[in-house]
Structures are given as structure tokens and as C-alpha cells.
Design a protein around this ligand. Structure first.
Ligand code: SF4
Length: 228
């Protein structure tokens, strides 16, 4: 009941323009998203002074006492079970990925460098997502044509110039596991939900680096990615 009231309040504070600028087709679906991703309210560019009020509602302790995994019943938007939620590092603008363009020579040809804004789609094997992704380059390896980037929402390329790399392959995700319902073990394959996944679809990957942090969370690297 409390969650429903909260969602109604959030919807009441959103502009209800359904303009799609936040990456969601309707304000309603964006409201669902920010319930578990309150830092993302900046994606709505029409808040007009409602930001603080919205932040207050989203920080309501009783509504956020349960983690996102529990709230979702550990099922993705297509009702498929998953094991953990992958969060991004706190000091980074979005989920950290290692990607390989289908034509790796583009890295040299286009002179891609740290700080560039890119768009592209992760086609085929690893990981077949239908959504065009946007991100900011954090590093490059021109010899191997590999790019390291943090995935962001569509606002960055809309507000400044960007480079379109076309199709690419996601080789690895790095992030933090704060919520899990399974023991995290090196060498095991898991189903997981990237917290900021717009489609809220589960992904699969093999954990090939894991460090337990002081607060009990895990820093992990996940490779062999697919959606399913
Ligand atoms: S950007 Fe704001 S107004 Fe537009 S759909 Fe998203 S939440 Fe609604």
C-alpha cells in the first residue's frame, strides 16, 4: 500500500508530458524506474522546480527499506529469475564496460580518446540488446581496438557532439554487487540485472574477478555476456 501511495506521489510530481527525453516512453514508466534509481531523476528535463520535492518522496525510508531485488521478487520485466543486481561504481557516471567495435580499426581511424561521447548498439553474441547505448570513453587500447566506457543515458549525446561506432560487442562489465540472493563465487555463471538496464532484462555472465569489500558488497568483473 505504501509503495502504491509513493508511486502515485511520484507520478503526481512528474510533468506527464510523455515526451520520452528521459529514455522512457511515458512518465509512468519513468516513475517506476526512479523508484529504485533515485539518482536518475536528472534524466527528466521538465521538472521545473519539483526536483527537491521528488527527492524527498524518493528518499522515504519506509518505502525504500526493501532492496530492489526483493521488491521485484528477483524476477526481471519478463518474469525471469535472476541472482544479483549489478550496480555501477559510485564515482563513475554509469555502468563500466569493456567493448570491441565490430570494426576495431575504428578506434584508430576515428581517433577515439578518453572523454569522447559514443553511441552504438551491442549486436549479436554479447549481448544482443536492441537498444542503442550511449557512453563516455574512460580509456582506449588502440592496439587491440578495445574501448573502456561508462554507459550513460541519451541526454549526453543529445546535448553535445558524439561519435557513432555502429555495432559493437560487450566484452566485460565491471561493477558492485550490493544485493544478491546467491553466494558469489569466482568462476560461476549467474543471471543478473544491471540496475540501470532500461528494459530491466536479465543478463548472464561469468564472474572472473571478485573482491569482497569492507561493507560486505562485492566488486566484480563479469565476462561471457548474453541476454536471455
Ligand atoms: S522526460 Fe520527464 S516529462 Fe518527458 S517522459 Fe520522461 S519523465 Fe515524462
Amino acid at each position: 500500500m505504501e509503495t502504491t501511495v509513493n508511486l502515485n506521489k511520484i507520478n503526481g510530481l512528474l510533468p506527464q508530458l510523455d515526451c520520452g527525453a528521459c529514455g522512457y516512453k511515458t512518465c509512468n514508466t519513468f516513475a517506476d524506474f526512479i523508484t529504485t534509481n533515485p539518482d536518475e531523476i536528472k534524466r527528466c528535463i521538465h521538472l521545473n522546480g519539483k526536483t527537491n520535492e521528488l527527492k524527498d518522496v524518493l528518499s522515504c525510508h519506509s518505502c525504500n527499506a526493501k532492496g530492489m531485488g526483493d521488491k521485484l521478487g528477483w524476477k526481471d520485466s519478463l518474469q525471469r529469475e535472476f541472482d544479483f543486481i549489478l550496480d555501477c561504481f559510485e564515482n563513475e557516471p554509469g555502468p563500466k564496460e569493456t567493448i570491441l567495435p565490430y570494426n576495431p580499426t575504428l578506434v584508430k581511424e576515428l581517433g577515439i580518446k578518453k572523454g569522447d561521447v559514443l553511441i552504438g548498439r551491442p549486436m549479436g553474441m554479447s549481448c544482443g540488446c536492441p537498444v542503442t547505448h550511449c557512453g563516455i570513453v574512460t580509456d582506449v587500447d588502440p592496439r587491440n581496438g578495445v574501448i573502456y566506457w561508462c554507459v550513460t543515458g541519451p541526454l549526453t549525446p543529445r546535448s553535445q557532439s558524439f561519435i557513432d561506432i555502429g555495432f559493437y560487442v560487450s566484452q566485460a562489465y565491471e561493477g558492485i554487487i550490493k544485493e544478491s540472493r546467491s553466494e558469489i563465487r569466482l568462476g560461476c555463471r549467474y543471471w543478473f540485472l544491471p540496475r540501470r538496464c532500461m528494459l530491466q532484462w536479465r543478463h548472464s555472465g561469468l564472474v572472473n574477478a571478485v573482491t569482497r569489500l569492507r561493507d560486505g558488497s562485492f566488486k566484480v568483473r563479469v565476462e561471457g555476456l548474453l541476454i536471455g
